[in-house]
Design a protein around this ligand. Sequence first.
Ligand code: ATP
Length: 448
Amino acid sequence: MARQMTQITMEELVSLCKRRGFVFQSSEIYGGLSSAWDYGPMGVELKNNIRDFWWREMTQYYDNIVGLDAAILMHPRVWEASGHVESFTDPLVDCKGCKQRFREDNVLEENRVSRTCPECGGELTEPRQFNLMFKTHIGPVEDAGSIVYLRPETAQGIYVNYKNVMQTSRLKIPFGIAQIGKAFRNEITTKNFIFRTCEFEQMEMQYFVKPGEDQKWFEYWKEQRWEFYRKIGIREKKMRYHQHGPDELAHYAKVAFDIQYEFPFGWKELEGIHNRTDYDLRRHTEYSGKDLSYLDDVTRERYIPYIIETSAGLTRTVLTVLSDAWEEEKLEDGETRSVMHFHPEIAPITVGVFPLVKKDGLPEIAKEIEQKLRVDFTTFYDQSGAIGRRYRRQDEIGTPYCVTVDYQTREDRTVTIRFRDSMDQIRVRIEDIATRIKQEIATYRRVE
Ligand code: ATP
């Protein structure tokens, strides 16, 4: 099969995501809310599958990592202790001509050295620091005493609960706490679809270690996190590590590596792996007055643990998966097909089930098969239109396997399974479909 790979543009991806029910503009009928997006029927399945895969990888497979779901609203002192009130800022510049506002680092990135407006070329103001936290009030009175913030990262919920979790789960260092949830940042530069939004989801795991062993664990997690992306099917040639230089390091970090992905708009961060040292627990000890040290009951040593953080964006991973999976293929008959090569573990639908025609008893058999497959897989039944069109529709939403019931099925109880990537078909007995598909999922490799 002749293949022609073209990189998808963001415009094409946004339009495909809308057309196929992955992602819609928020409040679209009112003209949309800039930088907010809603996940449609396909998008929510994809996002949940990635989320669940991460959860299994980061909790279920480890004896010493447990989960947490902390509240979005936290005591405001948390954000003073964490340094966010003081330092979670971006330098912003305004264009004196068109009045638009930009992050200074983005302007420099886009325009290389010239410090001019990326939109109109106008002169820019000096930078001002702008805090990224959304502020609101709790309770009926809007005064300084009622300020709360929407959390800009899920990590702090883990730090302030670390003793609760450790004691109730009887954990000993090293151990980890994992959490998935929403985070909010008042981002100014929000173009590029769901890459950077004001409301997003993070998947974070904080690993508590003994000082001195931090570098070893840092290296371990750096590798494990790369593996995660490989396992969900991201092509390794599109990934790289990026080490933070001294000017990029966050206020809490000793060493930081990003895993970057080559998006259609360039190499960008997908996940950060940070050695946060004892910064956070030390600060929370200081601000809360509570002792957050750890006592090793064998050596009787007391210390404040170091924290290795793995911080990934769930919604950003959805974008990565979408742009990585997409392919426009030129077929031998001159036609093109648009296909999403999702890894079967995360594809929104795993099996499409079709009767070849919608008569002669074929729909009844197909429906019965679909009902049975529902126990193990997310399925989709479709009997409308030509079979080729039905396959194409599933290709575009990335369904890896399609089962078709035809006239031969009535004679010998066999069906075809058609593979999305190769478009090959095999014939199997009805009772073997589920086992065969499970085998295929377990041994799946994307062929390029
Ligand atoms: P960036 O420089 O890209 O804004 P960051 O370095 O501030 O990101 P971290 O604070 O390390 O990001 O957050 C960890 C992860 O959370 C990021 O790697 C990214 O996947 C995700 N993330 C952060 N901010 C956003 C956002 N505004 N929208 C979507 N995902 C985000």
